[in-house]
Design a protein around this ligand. Structure first.
Ligand SMILES: [Zn+2]
Length: 176
């Protein structure tokens, strides 16, 4: 799914949270230190993305990614990507972690349910309900997470987020 042009976050329309790092200097981020962290930075580049995905998770297609096993370094780097000031990098980090059944990945995605950018929230909702992308996942979510998704289905300011959250809930009910 392409991410980018036309995605505009309207301050105040979705969340009271500030979009971190946009010229504010208030967002702390260390310079990339591992090769994996450098790769995560390059997820922002459309030109590099395919190559980055291959290096980071070993594939690009859904069929390739289903059997993926992330190294700890890749998992750490992508978890860091979830906190990046660039929403594209947050979105792509979710996208790649969606294929990882590791509980650490699931837990790291949960805070993104509160992301100021609707597309990022949608992808978080997807990843937290998607067993198709990670057949090894038990599908278990903490009660608080399910309640949060239920609230999003009701009250998220973005229609698509509400729709996806409702869908996620119905998938979850079916699988448990
Ligand atoms: Zn998925």
């Amino acid at each position: 799914m392409p991410f980018g042009a036309g995605v505009i976050w309207h301050p105040g329309s979705e969340s009271h949270r500030e979009l971190p790092g946009v010229g504010s200097g208030g967002f702390h981020r260390l310079a990339p230190v591992t090769p994996e962290q450098e790769l995560v930075e390059r997820l922002a580049s459309k030109r590099d993305r395919v190559e980055v995905m291959r290096s980071l998770v070993g594939g690009v297609k859904a069929t390739e990614l289903r059997s993926v096993h992330l190294t700890d370094a890749a998992l750490d780097a992508l978890s860091g990507g979830l906190e990046h000031s660039n929403p594209q990098i947050r979105w792509w980090s979710i996208q790649l972690l969606d294929h990882c059944a590791d509980l650490r990945a699931i837990e790291a995605i949960v805070p993104l349910l509160d992301d100021p950018v609707a597309r990022v929230r949608r992808n978080a909702v997807h990843a937290l309900s998607c067993a198709a992308c990670k057949p090894d996942w038990s599908g278990h979510l903490a009660d608080g997470v399910i309640a949060r998704i239920a609230l999003m289905a009701e009250a998220d300011p973005n229609t698509k987020v509400r729709t996806d959250a409702a869908l996620a809930l119905s998938c979850h009910t079916k699988s448990s």
